[in-house]
Structures are given as structure tokens and as C-alpha cells.
Write a protein that binds this ligand. Structure first.
Ligand code: NDP
Ligand code: MG
Length: 388
């Protein structure tokens, strides 16, 4: 039996992972699950899967979790330290699907123990790409991308020589506002932004899709994971969300990965890799679909993409600053403290402030990453507060 751990089990990716595991229950020994606020779901899945330990990231919810697991023999734990402790337990496969930079430390810990890390948590790569990949290498651990675009690129590259790759194109649905005039965007509501036309995902990534910050994170993720240069990476809008990415080779061939917008494909691919196994996703009927369409992802309309270019060009700690500022700006939008378009302005201002006063090109060590993350958050908050 394979020992698996799921970080962020109560979220959208976590629940899809559990769905796949439950379909082949005897093949897996689920060591631990984690969540944060959704204690009822965490406890229910922990019981169902008879795990060793369930962890909530929220220390104030510990007794609630402990009570919900009373009499089961399942250990309850809470807090950021308990997440890292779980990552240190022996496991073969670890799903990293916490949302935000909070996913970084458990992911690093799992790699230090040689676990295969199925990485949905894109913020880890954006914040600490060089450190994450070096940690994996040092400990002989594998990182497998779960983001649908990166899983698609990974699959298109199997058996290929990276030296023959000319470009990597990742697609973007365009999110909730792809057809709205830019003049209307400052006043859109949180619930409008949190409604995705094609994908069913967590709230934060759905809003990031509408602002194109999700694609910005993914451009950086592509650079960090595959080691291709920024100039080789493009994003195009593909409203159907059926082609997830394309890889262009030096002989002119473009290899496209086509599939339904269902994360169980990318999760299942990472779960079974290097094998391919049957997955419960829709089989596409191309004659029904009829056509695939593409549009330019314009950096004037989506400043997040321009900022991502700058982050990729600069490297170093720019990714950590970018991600933390984006998380703060997103919090402020969700709290209705700032308008939709102000999110990108806050990230831009935060990067400018930090670049002027800090060495964002210092070594990408854990200490520097955590310091930059914290500083970017307080700087972004100051910029948010200074808004009328
Ligand atoms: P959700 O918001 O649905 O789930 C997030 C998970 O993280 C939940 O288990 C949540 O717990 C937990 N969590 C929230 N805050 C913290 C914290 N501070 N510390 C520890 N755990 C926390 O997110 P998604 O599943 O949509 O996304 C997860 C990750 O995967 C993100 O990085 C996202 O960008 C990436 N991703 C998601 C895709 C998708 O289709 N959803 C596609 C590609 C990538 P609780 O719910 O109990 O509060
Ligand atoms: Mg994606």
C-alpha cells in the first residue's frame, strides 16, 4: 500500500484527491490530512479514511477537531508546526494543496524526507522556486506538477530533449471578466469575481483567474519548474479551457495537451506517475466541441502579466515579494477594502517600494524568503491603508 498525505485536504484540490483515493481505497494508506477552518469536513474524511493524524492549521480550532475525532484513535493536532511535523512522517506521496505561501514549509519538509511531492500549491514555486527544486534534488525527491497547465507541459515533454524546446505556451480561460470592458472592472463584486466560467476551484484561485494573477503565478511557476527562460514562456487566452498548454519544438511542432477542465486528470496523473491509469474524467467529443479559439492576453488589460515578466526577469526574491503582496491585495479585495483593479496597483507599488529599499536579489535562502514575504505583506498593507 502506498502511504499518502494530503495537505489542504478540505479544499477543492484536496477533495478531488480524496475522491480518486476513495475509488481505489485498498491501494492507499492515508497517513494524514490537513485543513484549516473546515473542521467538519476534515474530521469526516479523517474518519472515513481512517488516517493516523488530522491537523488543522488553525490552533484555535484544536479542541473542536479533537472532540470531532473522539473515540476514533485518530490523533488531532493543530498549528503551523503540526503541519511540518506531519510532513516529516514517512510517506511515499504527498499532495501539497494548501492555498497560499503557508504551503511552502510542509512541502519543503516532505521533500527533505524524500517524498514525491504532488505540487498544486503554485505559491511554493513562485515564492521559493530555486530552494524548492534544490531541496528536491538534494534529497532525491520528485516534484510533480499538479497545476493543469504544468501537468500538461510535463506530459508534452515526456521523452523529449529540453534543449529542443523553443517555447512553452500556457492557456488562460480569461476568468470571470474576460468579456467585460476594462472600464467596468474596478466596481465588480467579490462574488462576481469568484464565479469561474469553466473551472470549479477554491475562491482565491478563482478570483486570481479573473484578475489574471493566477496566470501570472503560472508563468513564474513554468520558469521555476521547467528551467526555461522567461522569453520562452507565453500565455494565451483560450476561453474553452480544453487545451491546457502547448510546447513548441525547434522543428516547428507544437504539442498540445487537450482534456476536460477537471483537476482529477492532473491529480491522477501525478498520483499514478510514471504509469497512466484510467481516470473518471469526461472523454471529449471533438465534433461536438467544433473549434478551439485563442486570443492575445494583453498586458495593458492584465497588469498582473506585466508584473510577472518583471519578476521572471529579476529572479531572486522578487517572486516571494510578488506572491506575498498579491495575497495581501487579494485579502483586501475580498474584504471589500479595495477595488478589483487596485489589486495590481498594490502589488506594483509594493514591488517598487521593496526594490528601492531591499536587496531582492539576495540569495533565495529560507531565511531571506520568509523575511521578504513578511516585509512584502506589511508594505502591501501600508499601501492598502493609504488608499482613500
Ligand atoms: P481551497 O481554498 O479550495 O482550499 C485550500 C486548502 O488550504 C483548504 O484545505 C484550507 O483549509 C487550507 N488552508 C487555508 N488556509 C490555510 C493556512 N493558512 N494554512 C494551512 N492550510 C490552509 O483552494 P484550492 O484547492 O482551490 O487550491 C489549493 C492550491 O492549489 C492553491 O495553491 C491553488 O492555487 C492551487 N491550484 C488549485 C486548482 C484548483 O482547481 N482548485 C488548480 C491548480 C492549482 P479549510 O478549507 O479547512 O479552511
Ligand atoms: Mg492552472
Amino acid at each position: 500500500m502506498r502511504r499518502v498525505t494530503i495537505f489542504g485536504a478540505t479544499g477543492s484540490i484536496g477533495q478531488n484527491t480524496i475522491d480518486l483515493i476513495k475509488r481505489d481505497r485498498d491501494a492507499y494508506d492515508v497517513v494524514g490530512l490537513t485543513g484549516a477552518g473546515n473542521i467538519a469536513q476534515l474530521a469526516a474524511d479523517a474518519r472515513d479514511l481512517n488516517v493516523e493524524v488530522a491537523v488543522t492549521a488553525d490552533e484555535s480550532r484544536y479542541s473542536e477537531l479533537k472532540d470531532a475525532l473522539a473515540g476514533t484513535g485518530i490523533e488531532a493536532a493543530a498549528g503551523a508546526g503540526a503541519l511540518v511535523d506531519l510532513a516529516a512522517r514517512p510517506a511515499d506521496w504527498t499532495m501539497s494543496s494548501i492555498v497560499g505561501a503557508a504551503g511552502l514549509l510542509p512541502g519543503l519538509e516532505a521533500l527533505k524526507h524524500g517524498n514525491t511531492l504532488a505540487l498544486a500549491n503554485k505559491e511554493s514555486l513562485v515564492t521559493a522556486g530555486p530552494l524548492l527544486m534544490a531541496t528536491a534534488k538534494q534529497h532525491g525527491a520528485q516534484v510533480l506538477p499538479v497545476d493543469s497547465e504544468h501537468s500538461a507541459v510535463f506530459q508534452a515533454l515526456i521523452g523529449e530533449d529540453l534543449a529542443c524546446v523553443e517555447r512553452v505556451i500556457i492557456t488562460a480561460s480569461g476568468g470571470a471578466f474576460r468579456d467585460r470592458p476594462i472600464e467596468d472592472l474596478q466596481t465588480v463584486t467579490v462574488s462576481e469575481a469568484a464565479s469561474h466560467p469553466n473551472w470549479d476551484m477554491g475562491t482565491r484561485i478563482t478570483i486570481d483567474s479573473a484578475s489574471m494573477f493566477n496566470k501570472a503565478l503560472e508563468l513564474i511557476e513554468t520558469k521555476e519548474y521547467f528551467g526555461v527562460s522567461a522569453s520562452q514562456i507565453e500565455a494565451v487566452i483560450h476561453p474553452e479551457s480544453l487545451i491546457h498548454a502547448l510546447v513548441g519544438f525547434c522543428d516547428g511542432a507544437l504539442m498540445a495537451h487537450v482534456g476536460p477542465p477537471d483537476m482529477r486528470h492532473a491529480i491522477g496523473f501525478a498520483l499514478h506517475y510514471p504509469d497512466r491509469k484510467c481516470l473518471p474524467v469526461e472523454r471529449l467529443d471533438l465534433t461536438q466541441i467544433g473549434q478551439f479559439t485563442f486570443r492575445k492576453a494583453c498586458e495593458d488589460r492584465y497588469p498582473a502579466l506585466r508584473l510577472a515578466r518583471e519578476v521572471m526577469d529579476q529572479g531572486g526574491l522578487w517572486g516571494a515579494a510578488f506572491n506575498a503582496a498579491k495575497e495581501q491585495a487579494l485579502d483586501a479585495f475580498i474584504a471589500e477594502d479595495i477595488g478589483f483593479l487596485t489589486m495590481a496597483a498594490i502589488v506594483d507599488e509594493t514591488l517598487s517600494t521593496l526594490a528601492a529599499g531591499q536587496d531582492l536579489l539576495a540569495d533565495v535562502t529560507l531565511e531571506n524568503i520568509l523575511k521578504t514575504d513578511q516585509l512584502a505583506r506589511t508594505t502591501a498593507q501600508e499601501h492598502i491603508k493609504s488608499r482613500p
